[in-house]
Design a protein. Sequence first.
Length: 123
Amino acid sequence: MEHTLAMQIVGGVALLIGLKMNFDPVGFNKDIFGDVEGVDSNLMSASRMAIGILGLGLINLYCSLNVDDAAAKAILTGTAIGLSAFFLTIAGAKFRGYTDSIPTLPMIVLPSMVVLCLYSALM
C-alpha cells in the first residue's frame, strides 16, 4: 500500500473520531459506554475533548501531502506506536477494574489502524 494513502486513511478516520469527540462528547460517551451513571457529566465530556486523536489525524493528513517516502515510514511507525498506547490505555481500564468491558469501537478501530500503519510502513 502506498504510504500517502495509508496516512490519508488513518488521518481521515482519526479526524472523524476526533471531531465526533469534540462536537458531541456526551453522545460519544453514550455510544462507547452506554447509558451509565455519570456518562453525561461535564467532567467526563471534557476529558473526551482533550484526547489527541484529532491532532493525530490532522498531522497524518498534512504529512501525507508534504513528506517523502522515508519520512512517511517514520510517521506511520510513530502513528502506530501512538495508537497502540492509546489502545492500551483504554484496554488497561478494564484490566485495572475501572470498567466492566473494553468498548467495542476502540477494540476494532484502533488495532485496525495500527495494522494499516505498520503494514504500509514495512512495505
